[in-house]
Ligand binder design. Structure first.
Ligand code: KMH
Ligand code: ZN
Length: 277
């Protein structure tokens, strides 16, 4: 089992409105301040969705490039752009995210019902994303919303080869209404399936909403890593809205320390994930 915990912060997402969640970082300045503070607490990766002037989700390439540059300039976090975007984003815009040349990008392994919406990830699109990332040396984080997505990943790797850097890292996104539940049983089912992936494959997990804490504890006890942040969690405890992403990262760091697997440094995370240093 790894002796340290890779902590990813997903500070913004594409689902919450700033008007509903005022603490959500939506401007570049808010994002940079959040990134610096989360890095100081122990995060090593930042999973980024950006917003436009109107605080609504956007995949505008110029803004994405500016964001990648600003995060690199002000932190040593690994910059992972979301290629998932919002459920309404067209495939071409999602592929264009790679032109912003992040260290990593998310790569979702299949279609899933997403609340009242559908998060569409056709096989041909998944192959296109994976192949373009291989060509450009962008390291994927494979997003797994359901058990079948791990079977899709096995198929993808056997037909189209390993990702850039050669290391496979997956993130179980649990508790989405329409995806797998955020339970220990579901996480164990996923870890059993991970055994069919290349040796050394690592996993992180995040639980949406009220599944945040059970998933965090299950992942740590199973030797996994953590993703936390306001993309996934806007309620800290019953009746208590999350005050900041730092509050969520601090809680994750506390749990990781209790598990005697303190936060991994960005340098160690780069090595683990097969990123060029
Ligand atoms: N916003 C969701 C529809 C990702 O970032 O790659 C997709 C998502 C996954 O958040
Ligand atoms: Zn995301």
């Amino acid at each position: 089992m790894t002796t340290t915990t890779l902590i990813t912060v997903a500070p913004t997402g594409a689902e919450s409105a700033k008007s509903d969640v005022p603490a959500l970082p939506v401007t570049l300045d808010e994002l940079v301040v959040t990134a610096k503070e989360c890095a100081a607490l122990g995060a090593s990766v930042i999973h980024v969705h950006i917003r436009g002037e109107d605080a609504r989700p956007t995949l505008d390439l110029g803004r994405l490039r500016e964001t990648v540059a600003a995060l690199r300039e002000s932190t040593d976090l690994i910059v992972q752009l979301s290629s998932g975007g919002a459920v309404t984003d067209p495939e071409a815009d999602r592929l264009r995210v790679l032109d912003a040349e992040p260290d990593m990008a998310s790569c979702t392994m299949g279609t899933v019902n997403f609340g009242d919406d559908v998060f569409l990830n056709r096989w041909e699109f998944v192959v296109d994303l994976h192949t373009r990332m291989q060509e450009r040396g962008i390291v994927p984080e494979y997003e797994i919303f359901d058990l079948g997505h791990l079977a899709t990943l096995e198929r993808l790797l056997s037909k189209h080869g390993l990702p850039a850097g050669g290391h496979v890292h997956v993130d179980f996104v649990m508790g989405v209404p329409g995806g797998m539940p955020g339970t220990t049983a579901a996480l164990v089912a996923c870890t059993n399936e991970v055994r069919n992936l290349p040796e050394g494959t690592t996993f992180a997990a995040t639980g949406i909403g009220r599944t945040t804490i059970p998933v965090m504890l299950a992942s740590l006890s199973a030797g996994g890593h953590l993703r936390v942040g306001m993309e996934d969690t806007v309620t800290y405890a019953k009746g208590r809205p999350v005050e900041s992403n730092m509050q969520l990262v601090a809680r994750a760091v506390g749990f990781a320390q209790l598990a005697q697997r303190p936060p991994m440094t960005p340098a160690d995370a780069r090595e683990l994930l097969g990123l060029k240093t």
